[in-house]
Design a protein around this ligand. Structure first.
Ligand code: HEM
Length: 508
């Protein structure tokens, strides 16, 4: 059980109090902890939550709205939005310190409640389409387009998942493996051959993009188109969380323009895939593009070109941004922790002894140490900070009321950092925490670790992402070393290194 939920349960001793007022005035025990810290329950919010829990369970007092700074919507939203866009890292920390682990605010003109408790985050992720529904900010929704799975409502979402999930099964991954290995091998060779220093943040995303493009569309992209699409996706990504007014020159304006260019290229790919479809039919499993080409809506109609384009764009975007950014988070940790790199290399020696030189799907499944590194990077440096939802009705979270229509930001990364099992040394990079003493993966996964989200919207590409990351780590450990100029480079908003992570790759 979590530190926080334990804390809420500890002080609720209703039989000792004859009234709510007496309970509220009583000293709270010193055992309350937030995010693994010993704390004397100094936040007013926590006191209110505790009181509220008691109140709801014993005295039937209505839940209260969380504390925060939502009160004068337009002015607050404007000021908060500027702060959120320019000083993201401190935005949350300041409010956690002032209001506690759950607060209300107003960002990008959304009244919003931020939820961090892992039990509640998990509960609400599972309650998708019942208590909450996906509600990314307007900028992101517009850039994804009206037909994206990421923003689809209940009916459309269920249907789209049914169609697409067939392209992400274990069996599909086995078929994608040769392509992934070919792209990974080629990428590392190119990196090592480069006479110029590399920008690893871009290079890792380009690697993930090449894989997503090839395995999900089944179409070979020519070099020029690939480069253009990658460049446009960089511009596109910069506008995802922005003020949604399409003024030329602003991040959003540029991103809308990039979307148009990307969609033109995607249209060409769809036409090429349609042509290829006949021959691909007979050759076995279908990729995501083929499934979409054959999919029908609830009325039995095929998807229109606009629907197809939004879907392919979502696959390409979701399929490379997160994986590329996670991979580029691995590199500084390997440089800062040479003993971890040594263990990663030792694991590859063992794997080669056991399975031989070639990297098969079973080999990728037999690399617990590499996998532990990936998990630890995702725990400490998770790329997805929080997922955005909207309350479908008035809901109660930890004794607090969230009104119907409000945005709820479920902070998956922060929930993961507060995992009870790891709280002793939560800020340290320790892949070994994911392993049993015999080096095998933990038998029971700790609660609260949700880098791929959860519930009906859990990441569709999870297996693909893991496979790509393991493949690159295996090849890297076997024959290369990476030297970053500054492994301690600052990461803006947690997912973007300010200087792009320059460095070089050498063969060893
Ligand atoms: C390290 C890599 C990745 C991370 C951390 C990640 C994380 C996530 C998270 C947190 C969600 C849930 C969003 C929500 O609840 O609203 C999600 C959804 C999704 N992801 Fe990933 N992802 C990764 C890689 C991939 C890859 C390689 C693909 C391949 C196409 C992919 C495709 C998707 C799709 C289509 C969804 C939407 C699922 C739905 O709404 O039903 N992701 N991802």
């Amino acid at each position: 059980m979590s530190a926080m939920s334990m804390a809420f349960e500890t002080p609720v001793q209703p039989l000792q109090f004859t009234s709510l007022r007496q309970f509220q005035r009583s000293p709270l025990p010193a055992t309350t902890t937030v995010s693994g810290r010993q704390d004397n329950c100094k936040h007013a919010t926590e006191r209110r939550m505790v009181c509220c829990r008691a109140a709801t369970s014993e005295l039937s007092v209505k839940p209260i709205v969380p504390q925060g700074d939502m009160d004068i919507p337009l002015i607050t939203s404007l000021m908060n939005t500027v702060e959120w866009l320019t000083d993201y890292n401190n935005f949350y920390e300041k409010r956690f310190a002032k209001f506690g682990p759950m607060f209300k605010t107003n960002v990008l003109f959304n009244p919003m409640v931020v939820v961090t408790d892992e039990t509640e985050v998990e509960r609400l992720l599972k309650a998708e389409h019942k208590l909450v529904e996906s509600a990314w900010p307007t900028s992101m929704r517009n850039l994804l387009g009206p037909n994206s799975i990421l923003t689809a409502g209940k009916k459309g979402h269920k249907q789209q998942r049914q169609i697409l999930s067939q392209a992400f099964t274990d069996a599909a991954m086995r078929e994608y493996l040769p392509t992934i290995m070919a792209v990974a091998t080629h990428t590392l060779e190119q990196w090592a051959d480069s006479t110029e220093p590399l920008q690893f943040y871009s290079a890792a995303r380009a690697f993930a993009f090449d894989i997503a493009a090839t395995v999900l569309t089944g179409v070979r992209f020519d070099g020029d188109r690939l480069t253009r699409m990658r460049e446009q996706f960089e511009v596109y990504s910069n506008g995802l969380f922005s003020v949604p007014i399409a003024i030329p020159g602003t991040p959003y304006g540029k991103a809308i323009n990039a979307r148009k260019i990307i969609l033109d290229d995607i249209e060409q790919l769809i036409l090429a895939a349609k042509e290829q479809n006949e021959s691909a039919h007979s050759s076995g499993r279908k990729n995501a593009m083929q499934m979409l080409l054959e999919a029908k809506d609830e009325d039995g109609a095929m998807l229109t070109m606009d629907q197809l384009k939004d879907q392919v764009l979502t696959q390409l975007f979701a399929g490379h941004e997160t994986t590329g950014a996670t991979l580029s988070r691995v590199l500084p940790e390997l440089q800062k922790n040479p003993e971890i790199l040594t263990q990663l290399r030792a694991e590859q020696d063992r794997v080669i002894n056991r399975h031989g030189d070639s990297i098969t799907y079973d080999v990728l499944e037999d690399m617990p140490y590499a996998d532990a590194i990936i998990k630890e990077v995702m725990r400490l440096h998770g790329i997805v900070d929080g997922v955005w939802r909207q309350a479908l009705e008035d809901i109660t979270v930890q004794g607090h009321s969230i009104r119907k229509g409000w945005t709820v930001q479920l902070m998956v990364k922060r929930a993961g950092l507060a995992v009870e099992d790891f709280k002793e040394d939560a800020t340290e990079f320790k892949p070994a925490r994911w392993l049993e003493s015999d080096g095998q993966p933990l038998k029971t996964s700790p609660r609260g670790f949700m880098p791929f989200g959860g519930g009906p919207r859990i990441c569709l590409g999870m297996l693909l992402a893991k496979m790509e990351m393991r493949a690159l780590l295996a090849l890297l450990a076997r024959g290369y070393c990476v030297e970053l100029d500054d492994p301690n480079e600052f990461w803006f908003q947690g997912f973007k290194p300010v200087n792009g992570l320059p460095g070089r790759v050498y063969k060893h």
